[in-house]
Design a protein around this ligand. Structure first.
Ligand code: ADP
Length: 624
C-alpha cells in the first residue's frame, strides 16, 4: 500500500516532536484525552439537537489501557469517530494552532519551546511513541479504518474492523535510550497521575483498569491480585466546582488544557451568578501577547456552553473589543442549545451576561492595579495599547469607563503612573494635565518644548504609543482637568512679569520677515515663552499636533493632513542677536539663518528636513 506524505509543515513539526527533549512530554496524554472528549461532545450535541440520535450517558466514556508486553498505551473513546476522508484530512496535517506557530523559522530552531507554547494536539503523541495507530469508525458508518504512521516518512490508511463507533489511538511507546526513559508511560500509577493532573475536569468518565492486591474472600491471611475498572477523573467541570476547593494550579492546568494561551495566566476570574440570569464563567487575563494579537487574524471571543454543552467556540458578543485579550468560557442554563449565531446576537440573556462580564473584568483589573502593581504593569505592557484603542474607538459616554486603568510614564516619578496619581499631585495653580508625545522616553526628555514646564516643576506624561494622543483627545479631560500638549501654542501658564516676558511688538517686523521666508511651511513665527536653552522649537496650533501629523502621514490614506506649525524663537538666546543683526544688515543672511533654524526645529521634532541637500549646502555656506 502506498504511503501518503504529510504536508510540509506537519513534517517539520513531526520531526521536532520525535526528537524532542521537552521536559513535559506527558502533556501528550492531555491532548489525546481532550480530542477524545471533543469527539464525545460532538455526538452529545447531535443527540441533543437531533431526535433520531439517542444519547445514553453510560455509553460514553474514554478508556486508557496499558499493555506492557506490547509496549502500547491506548486511548479509546466512544465519540463521533472519523471517516476515511477525515482520517486523511485531520491527521495528515497539523492542527491550525500549531501551523501558525511555524510561520517563524527562528521559533522552529527553538524546538521544544514550541511544544510548551502551542497546542500541537494529536501529533504530540510522537514525543513518546515510535508508532501511532488510529482505528476509527465514524458515527453512522459501517466501515472502520486504520491510520498508521511511524513518523516523518508518511502514513497509511486501510480498512479494518471495529465494534461500535469511536476511536482507538494506540501508541507504541519508544524504547528507553541512554539519555531518555520512556517506560514511565507504561506505568499504571504514572498514567493515572497524569490523567488526574491534566484531565480531571473532563466531563466524561476516563476509565482505567487498576490493579491491586486484596485479602482473598473468606481468608484472613491469603492475598490475591485483582484488576478493576475505575473512573480516574472527578468529572465535574472546573467552572461548576467550588472556588474554595480549587488551586491556582487547577486554573493554570485548565488554561493549558484548553489552549487558551501558551503563557501562564496572569489572573483568573471565576464567576458564579444566580439570578435574573444564571451562569458560570472562568476568565483569564493572559500575561503575554498572543503572537497574532495585534493582527487581523486574531479573533476575540469566549467559549459558550449551554448547560454544559459547548455551542460556540468563539462567541465575540461576550467581550468588548478593548477586552479582546480575555480568554475563557461561559456556561449558562438560560441559553438554548439550538440558538443560531444571529439569534444569539439579540439574545437578552447573553447581553446581560456580557454586561456583567465586562464589569467584572474591569474591577479585576482595577484590583490588580491597586494591589499588585507589578503584575498590572506586566499586563499593561502586553495589552495597554488595546485599552487605549478602546478609549479612542468607544463612542458615547463610555469613554470614562477605562480612564482609571490608564498608565503613562511620568517625567517626575520616572515610572508609570495613573491619571489619578498625576492629578492628586498637581500644584494648585496648575490648570492642565501636560503631556509630551514622541518616539521614546529618552527623546521626549530632551524636547526643548518641555523646558518651561520642567522649570516650573510640573509633571509631564510621556506619550510614546502612536495611539496615546488620539485616545487622550477623545477623553478630553480627566476629573475636570483638560489635557495639554507641551507643544501646544498656548501652554496656559501665566508668565511672571512683563519685564522678562518677551513682547511681540519689538520684533514684529523681524518675525513677519521670517514668516515670509518660510511661506506656507509655518502658520506663524513667534517669540517663545517656553524655551530656556534652545534657540527654536515648533509648536502646533489647533486640534492636530505635529506628532499626530507624523502618525497620520504613515497611513496609506492620509489626505495630506497637516498640523498648523508655529516656529517659536527664543529671544533670550544669543542666536537671536545674530538674527537681529542679519535683519538690520544682510537680507540674504537672514534668509539663510531662518531656513537653518526652521530645519533644526524639524529635526528636533523628528521630522525630515524639507530639502536635505539645500540644508547641508547652507551649513557649508556658514562654515566657509
Ligand atoms: P485539534 O484538536 O487542535 O483540532 P489535533 O491535531 O489534535 O488538533 O486533531 C486534529 C483533528 O482530528 C481534530 O480537530 C478532530 O477533528 C480529529 N480528531 C483527533 N482525535 C480524534 C478522536 N479521538 N475522535 C474524532 N476525531 C478526532
Amino acid at each position: 500500500m502506498a504511503k501518503k506524505q504529510f504536508k510540509a509543515e506537519s513534517k517539520r513539526l513531526l520531526d521536532l516532536l520525535i526528537n524532542s527533549v521537552y521536559t513535559h512530554r506527558e502533556v501528550f496524554l492531555r491532548e489525546l484525552i481532550s480530542n477524545a472528549s471533543d469527539a464525545i461532545d460532538k455526538i452529545y450535541y447531535r443527540a441533543l439537537t437531533d431526535e433520531a440520535v439517542s444519547f445514553n450517558k453510560d455509553d460514553y466514556y474514554i478508556k486508557v489501557s496499558i499493555n506492557k508486553a506490547n509496549r502500547t498505551l491506548t486511548v479509546t473513546d466512544t465519540g463521533i469517530g472519523m471517516t476515511k476522508e477525515e482520517l486523511d484530512d485531520n491527521l495528515g496535517v497539523i492542527a491550525k494552532s500549531g501551523s501558525m506557530a511555524f510561520k517563524n523559522e527562528n521559533e522552529i530552531k527553538d524546538g521544544y519551546e514550541i511544544i510548551g507554547q502551542f497546542g500541537v494536539g494529536f501529533y504530540s503523541a510522537f514525543m513518546v511513541a515510535e508508532k501511532v495507530t488510529v482505528i476509527s469508525r465514524a458515527f453512522g458508518s459501517a466501515e472502520a479504518y486504520m491510520w498508521e504512521s511511524q513518523g516523518v516518512d508518511g502514513y497509511t490508511i486501510k480498512p479494518c474492523t471495529r465494534d461500535g463507533f469511536g476511536t482507538d489511538v494506540i501508541l507504541r511507546i519508544k524504547e528507553n535510550t541512554a539519555e531518555e526513559s520512556y517506560d514511565e508511560f507504561l506505568e499504571e500509577y504514572r498514567i493515572r497521575s497524569i490523567i488526574k493532573k491534566y484531565s480531571d475536569f473532563i466531563r466524561y468518565p476516563i476509565k482505567m483498569d487498576i490493579s491491586g492486591r486484596r485479602l482473598k474472600e473468606g481468608s484472613e491471611t491469603e492475598y490475591e491480585d485483582y484488576t478493576e475498572e475505575q473512573i480516574i477523573n472527578s468529572m465535574i467541570p472546573i467552572w461548576k466546582r467550588n472556588k474554595n476547593e480549587l488551586t491556582p494550579e487547577d486554573y493554570a492546568n485548565f488554561y493549558a488544557e484548553k489552549h487558551y494561551g501558551f503563557d501562564k495566566p496572569l489572573r483568573h476570574i471565576h464567576i458564579s451568578v444566580e439570578g435574573a440570569v444564571s451562569y458560570n464563567a472562568i476568565l483569564f487575563i493572559p500575561e503575554k501577547i498572543p503572537y497574532d494579537y495585534y493582527t487581523r487574524e486574531y479573533e476575540k471571543g469566549l467559549e459558550l456552553y449551554a448547560n454544559g454543552v459547548m455551542i460556540m467556540q468563539k462567541c465575540a458578543d461576550l467581550l468588548p473589543d478593548y477586552f479582546s485579550f480575555v480568554k475563557g468560557m461561559v456556561d449558562s442554563e438560560d441559553l438554548s442549545l439550538n440558538i443560531s449565531r444571529e439569534m444569539l446576537q439579540h439574545d437578552r440573556q447573553l447581553k446581560l451576561i456580557a454586561k456583567n462580564i465586562k464589569a467584572r473584568i474591569k474591577s479585576e483589573l482595577e484590583s490588580l492595579l491597586k494591589n499588585e502593581r507589578d503584575k498590572y504593569e506586566l499586563f499593561w505592557k502586553s495589552f495597554g495599547r488595546q485599552l487605549k484603542y478602546g478609549i479612542y474607538r468607544e463612542f458615547g459616554g463610555n469613554r470614562d469607563f477605562l480612564q482609571d486603568l490608564l498608565l503613562f510614564y511620568s517625567s517626575k516619578e520616572k515610572k508609570m503612573v495613573t491619571l489619578e496619581e498625576y492629578v492628586s499631585r498637581m500644584p494648585e495653580e496648575q490648570k492642565y494635565i501636560y503631556y509630551a508625545a514622541g518616539e521614546t522616553n529618552e527623546r521626549i526628555e530632551k524636547m526643548p518644548q518641555t523646558e518651561l514646564l520642567a522649570e516650573k516643576g510640573y509633571e509631564i506624561l510621556y506619550f510614546t504609543d502612536e495611539i496615546d494622543e488620539f485616545a487622550i483627545k477623545m477623553l478630553g479631560a480627566y476629573k475636570g482637568k483638560e489635557f495639554k500638549s507641551v507643544s501646544a501654542g498656548d501652554l496656559g501658564i501665566e508668565t511672571a512679569t512683563s519685564a522678562d516676558s518677551p513682547g511681540q511688538d519689538g520684533y514684529k517686523e523681524l518675525f513677519a520677515k521670517m514668516k515670509s521666508v518660510l511661506g506656507d511651511k509655518v502658520s506663524a513665527v513667534r517669540a517663545s515663552k517656553r524655551l530656556k536653552h534652545h534657540p527654536v522649537c515648533l509648536a502646533s496650533e489647533g486640534e492636530l499636533s505635529i506628532e499626530m501629523e507624523k502618525i497620520l502621514k504613515s497611513l496609506p490614506a492620509n489626505h495630506g493632513i497637516q498640523a498648523k506649525k508655529v516656529l517659536e524663537v527664543n529671544v533670550n538666546h544669543d542666536v537671536f542677536k545674530v538674527l537681529q543683526d542679519a535683519y538690520a544688515n544682510d537680507e540674504e543672511k537672514l534668509k539663510l539663518y531662518t531656513d537653518l533654524l526652521y530645519n533644526q526645529a524639524l529635526l528636533i521634532e523628528g521630522l525630515p528636513v524639507s530639502d536635505p541637500v539645500e540644508f547641508t549646502n547652507n551649513i557649508c555656506k556658514i562654515m566657509k
